[in-house]
Each structure stands twice: as structure tokens, then as C-alpha cells.
Design a protein around this ligand. Structure first.
Ligand code: G3H
Length: 242
């Protein structure tokens, strides 16, 4: 089953999260994908009680530390305690605006797993790299660094940075090219589990393009930003995955 990972980014107050969850509950008949809402941490207790049964939730970041004097950080134990299942690590916005390196991402992913959470590890190239034709080598290099000492209970999200929030979508064939390359690397790192590890595509996914992208053999779902904010779009994406 595909994973439809809904990254709200820095949107929605707890009150709005509650309303969204209620609206989803009113509209969702059958889940054609595993749905997971990746929300600002303050919204997680609201989602824990408000989401319809079977819809998972998680955070957008995690501390690489277990606990202690790290002001402003949120630990894996805290996320687990409120019922989170997933946590995004190494989103391109965190890499760009918060200077997160592959080593930071790997440490966060390992900490997530140690806390019983599944990390969604993000990788992907910028426009300059794509135009230079180096996107596969670049992304696989990021993947290698971001998975160091990380176990196989992981989801990989390929997000070409030039397609995020821009309305430009990689073609389904572009997504498959990279997803297949990622799968090849996963076979090397996790020979036993590689076929079952989900590889998502992210970047301007919408109701009208999700089915084609997720129909590709190595793409196992989507990481959706903008189109995750409206329940109607989420229901339409869920329908499209039938
Ligand atoms: O995490 C989601 C991605 O950054 C894609 O965002 P987007 O769907 O708004 O392009």
C-alpha cells in the first residue's frame, strides 16, 4: 500500500488542526493509502485524539539527542509518548535554512529509530545539479551520508528541490529514475529489507498527478506539502490512488 505522507510544514494552529481532523473524519470512507499527517509538534496531541482510526501522525523534526540541556528541542521519547509513528528528517527546508548536514540527518534518523519511530529521510537535488545531469550521483551521495548507522525501518523521500512548492513537478519517469536508483542503493545497504522499504516522491504532488507518479514500480507513495492543507485535496488524492 502506498504511503500518503502529508507534510503541513509550518501551517495550522492546534485549533485548525482539530477542525481539519474532524473534517477528514467526516469525509474519509476508505483509505486507499496509508495516511500519515506530519504536523508541527504542538498539533500532535490534538491529532492523537482527533484523527479518524487508522490515520497515523508524526513530526517534522526530532532532536538527535535523547534528553537533557538542549533548549528548544523535542525528543523522540516525547513524540512517541503522544502516539507519533513517523518523523521527517532532513527535509530540504531544514537542510537549507537550518544547515542540517547528512551527518545530522543520520543522527536524527538513528535517534528516531531508537525511540520507536520510523524516520522519513529526505534527499534530493537542486536545479543546478539537475541541469548539470548530476542528480543521481548527488542524491545517492546524500542518501549514503544520511543513512549511516541507520537501520532498515526507514522511509525514503526523494524531493527534487526545484519541484517543491513551485508547481513544477518532476515527470513520473523522472521520479521513477531516481526511485529505482535509490532502490539499488537500498539493496546494497539493507539486502534483506530493501524491497519492502518505501520510497516516496515529493514535489508539487496534487490530486491530478499522484496516480501516475505512484503507479511507477519503485515509487511507494508521496510526501505532499501544499496539497495536504485542504481536506478536499487529501480526499481527492486518496481517491486517485484506488
Ligand atoms: O514535504 C513536502 C514537499 O516539500 C513538497 O511540498 P509541495 O507539495 O508543497 O511541493
Amino acid at each position: 500500500m502506498n504511503l500518503l505522507a502529508l507534510n503541513w510544514k509550518m501551517n495550522k494552529t492546534p485549533t485548525e488542526a482539530q477542525e481539519w481532523a474532524q473534517e477528514l473524519g467526516g469525509g474519509l470512507q476508505v483509505s486507499n493509502a496509508e495516511l500519515a499527517v506530519l504536523a508541527p509538534a504542538l498539533n500532535l496531541p490534538v491529532l492523537a485524539t482527533g484523527l479518524p482510526d487508522g490515520v497515523a501522525f508524526g513530526a517534522q523534526d526530532i532532536s538527535e539527542h535523547e534528553s537533557g540541556a538542549y533548549t528548544g528541542e523535542i525528543s523522540g521519547a516525547m513524540l512517541k509518548d503522544v502516539g507519533a509513528t513517523y518523523v521527517i528528517v532532513g527535509h530540504s527546508e531544514r537542510r537549507e535554512y537550518h544547515g542540517e548536514t547528512d551527518a545530522d540527518v543520520a543522527a536524527k534518523a538513528a535517534q528516531a529509530q531508537a525511540s520507536g519511530l520510523t524516520p522519513i529521510v529526505c534527499v534530493g537535488e537542486g536545479l543546478d545539479v539537475r541541469e548539470a545531469g548530476e542528480h543521481v550521483a548527488h542524491t545517492l551521495g546524500q542518501l549514503r551520508g544520511s543513512l549511516e548507522n541507520v537501520g532498515a525501518d526507514v522511509v525514503i523521500a526523494y524531493e527534487p528541490v526545484w519541484a517543491i512548492g513551485t508547481g513544477k513537478t518532476a515527470t513520473a519517469d523522472d521520479a521513477e529514475e531516481m526511485a529505482a536508483a535509490i532502490r539499488g542503493a537500498l539493496r546494497e545497504y539493507y539486502p534483506e529489507q530493501a524491497e519492502g522499504i518505501r520510497v516516496l516522491y515529493g514535489g508539487s504532488v496534487k490530486p491530478d498527478n499522484i496516480a501516475e507518479i505512484c503507479g511507477k514500480p519503485n515509487v511507494n507513495g508521496a510526501l505532499v506539502g501544499g496539497a495536504s492543507l485542504k481536506v478536499a485535496d487529501v480526499l481527492a488524492m486518496n481517491d486517485a490512488l484506488k
